[in-house]
Design a protein around this ligand. Structure first.
Ligand code: NAD
Length: 470
C-alpha cells in the first residue's frame, strides 16, 4: 500500500513571490508569483466568461491548438533550457518533453468526438452528442511539468473547456512560459496558469466554478484532491503513483536487455510514475542481472542537465532526495546490499548515486512503496507464479513488463499483471492514442487517446420521434 507523505514544503515567500531552486546547485535562481486563494474567484470567473465562446466552434479550436503546437516547438530552445534549470533533467530529455508536448497538442487538435445514434428498434431517432463541461482545474507534479501540463490542457481545450492549471511550486517557470507561448494562439481567459503554494491547489479543486478536476501526483494528495472536489461534485480524474515491476523470464538475454531495462528505471533520474521500480529475476540469473545493472549504474555520467555529457541529473528537490535516502538506508538496514551506489553524492545540489540494491527483503519500503528516484531493487524468484504474485502484491496498478525471448510466453505472463499497461521487452513506451488508466491506487478515470477527450465531455442525448406525434 502507498504510505502517506507530507506535502512538500517550498522555499519561503518574499514580497508575493517565492524562490525557485536549481537542483543542480541547490541555489535559488529565479522567483515565481505566490498567488493566493483569494484570487481564485476572479481567475475562475474569467475562465467561465471565456468558455461562452470557446465552446462553440470546434474547427476554430483545432486551428488554435495547431498554432499553439507550432508556437511551442518554435520556443523549444528557451523552454528546454528553463525546464532543465528548474527540474534538473538532461537537456536532451527536456527537448524530448517539449516535442511530446507539441505532439499532444496536435493529436488532440485533430481528434473530434463522434455523435452516435442509439439504435434499439424503437421508432425514434436518438443521438448522443458531446458537450464540454466548463472550466477545468488541472494540477500537475514536478517530474514532467510540460508533458503532464499538455496531457491535461490539450484534451480539455480540444473538447471546448477552458483550463486553470497549477504547476508544482518546484517547477512553475517553464510551465508559465509554456502558458504564455500557447496563449498567443488562444483567446483571452481560455488558459490560465496560476502559481503558488498550498493551499492554492486545495482551494482550486474545491472551487464551485470548476466542473472537472484533473490531477496528477501522489496517492495521498490524490485522496485529498478527491475529497476537496466532492464539495462541488464535479468530475474527477486522478493519475497517481506507481510501483511497476519488471519480470525477467528464464530465456531472457541479460546483456541484450540491460541497457533498456536500466534506463526504464533511471530515465529522468527515476522520477517517472511508470518507471521500473522493482526487478524480479529468476534465481539462476540473479547475480548476472544484478551485475549487469550495477555495471551500467557505475558508468552512468551524473551531472548538471546542462552539461552535454550528462546522462543522469539531480533529484528535483530536497524532500524527494530525503525520501530516496531514507528508503535506501532502510533497505540496507533490512539486510540489503548496494551493488552500485547506495548514497547521496558529496557535492552541491541534490545528486544521488544511481543505486542497484540486491538481497533486499520484500517487505522493505523500497520494494513495497514508490521510491521515485535513482534506486532500483532486484529480487530473485524461484517460480513464475511466485514472481507474478509478488508483482501484483501492491496497492498500485500503473504498469508492468515481462522480458524474454519467447514472445508468446512473455505475453501470457504479461496478461496476468494487474495494471493499466503491460509491455514485453519494453517499459513505459506510450502512444498518444492509447488509454492511460492505472488501476487500484494508481488512478481514477482514463486519460490518453479518445478516452482522454471523452473524459472532458459529457454526453447529451437528443431523443426525437420518427413522426411528429408518435
Ligand atoms: P504531489 O502529490 O506532492 O503534488 C502534486 C501536485 O499537487 C503539486 O502541484 C502540488 O503542489 C499539488 N498539491 C499538493 N497538495 C495539494 C492539495 N491538498 N490539493 C491540491 N493540490 C495539491 O506529487 P509530486 O511529489 O509533485 O509528484 C510525484 C508523484 O506524482 C509520484 O507519486 C508520481 O508517481 C506521481 N505521478 C503520476 C503520474 C501518472 O500519470 N500516474 C505521472 C507523473 C507523476
Amino acid at each position: 500500500m502507498a504510505t502517506g507523505r507530507p506535502h512538500q514544503a517550498s522555499p519561503g515567500t518574499v514580497g508575493g513571490r517565492f524562490a525557485i531552486l536549481d537542483p543542480a546547485t541547490g541555489e535559488a535562481f529565479e522567483e515565481a508569483p505566490d498567488q493566493q486563494p483569494d484570487e481564485l474567484d476572479a481567475v475562475v470567473g474569467r475562465a467561465h466568461e471565456a468558455w461562452r465562446d470557446w465552446r462553440t466552434d470546434r474547427s476554430a479550436r483545432a486551428t488554435a491548438l495547431l498554432a499553439a503546437a507550432d508556437a511551442t516547438q518554435a520556443a523549444g530552445a528557451e523552454l528546454a533550457s528553463l525546464l532543465t534549470r528548474e527540474q534538473g533533467k538532461p537537456l536532451s530529455e527536456s527537448y524530448a518533453e517539449i516535442a511530446r508536448t507539441a505532439a499532444r497538442l496536435r493529436y488532440f487538435a485533430e481528434l473530434a468526438p463522434e455523435p452516435r445514434p442509439i439504435t434499439d428498434g424503437r421508432p425514434v431517432r436518438s443521438e448522443i452528442r458531446w458537450r464540454p463541461l466548463g472550466p477545468v482545474a488541472a494540477i500537475v507534479p514536478w517530474n514532467f511539468p510540460l508533458q503532464l501540463a499538455s496531457a491535461k490542457l490539450a484534451p480539455a481545450l480540444a473538447a471546448g473547456n477552458t483550463v486553470v492549471l497549477k504547476p508544482s511550486p518546484f517547477t512553475p517557470l517553464a510551465t508559465r512560459l509554456l502558458g504564455s507561448v500557447i496563449s498567443t494562439a488562444l483567446p483571452e481567459g481560455v488558459l490560465t496558469i496560476i502559481t503558488g503554494q498550498e493551499p492554492l491547489g486545495a482551494r482550486l479543486v474545491s472551487h464551485p466554478g470548476i466542473r472537472h478536476v484533473t490531477f496528477t501526483g501522489s496517492v495521498p494528495t490524490g485522496r485529498a484532491v478527491a475529497a476537496g472536489a466532492a464539495a462541488s461534485l464535479g468530475r474527477v480524474t486522478l493519475e497517481l503513483g506507481g510501483n511497476d515491476a519488471a519480470i525477467l523470464l528464464e530465456d531472457v538475454d541479460v546483456e541484450r536487455i540491460a541497457d533498456r531495462l536500466f534506463w526504464a528505471a533511471f530515465r529522468n533520474c527515476g522520477q517517472v510514475c511508470m518507471a521500473v521500480k522493482r526487478v524480479y529475476a529468476p534465481a539462476r540469473l540473479y547475480s548476472d542481472v544484478v551485475e549487469a545493472l550495477a555495471q551500467r549504474a557505475k558508468t552512468t555520467v551524473v551531472g548538471s542537465g546542462h552539461d552535454p555529457g550528462t546522462e543522469l541529473g539531480p533529484v528535483n528537490n530536497i524532500p524527494q532526495l530525503a525520501r530516496v535516502e531514507r528508503y535506501t538506508a532502510q533497505a540496507l538496514a533490512d539486510g540489503g546490499r548496494a551493488a552500485a551506489g547506495g548514497h547521496r553524492l558529496d557535492r552541491p545540489g541534490y545528486f544521488h548515486a544511481p543505486t542497484i540494491l540486491a538481497d533486499v527483503p520484500s517487505h522493505s519500503p523500497v520494494v513495497t512503496d514508490e521510491q521515485f528516484g535513482p534506486v532500483l531493487p532486484v529480487l530473485p524468484y524461484r517460480s513464475l507464479d511466485e514472481a507474478v504474485e509478488a508483482a501484483n502484491d501492491t496497492g498500485f496498478g500503473l504498469g508492468g513488463s515481462v522480458w524474454g525471448t519467447d514472445l508468446d510466453r512473455a505475453e501470457a505472463v504479461a496478461d496476468r499483471l494487474e495494471c493499466g499497461t503491460a509491455w514485453i521487452n519494453h517499459h513505459a513506451e506510450l502512444s498518444l492514442a492509447q488509454p492511460f488508466a492505472g488501476i487500484k491506487e494508481s488512478g481514477v478515470g482514463i486519460a490518453g487517446g479518445p478516452w482522454g477527450l471523452y473524459g472532458n465531455l459529457r454526453p447529451f442525448v437528443v431523443h426525437r420521434p420518427e413522426e411528429p406525434w408518435r
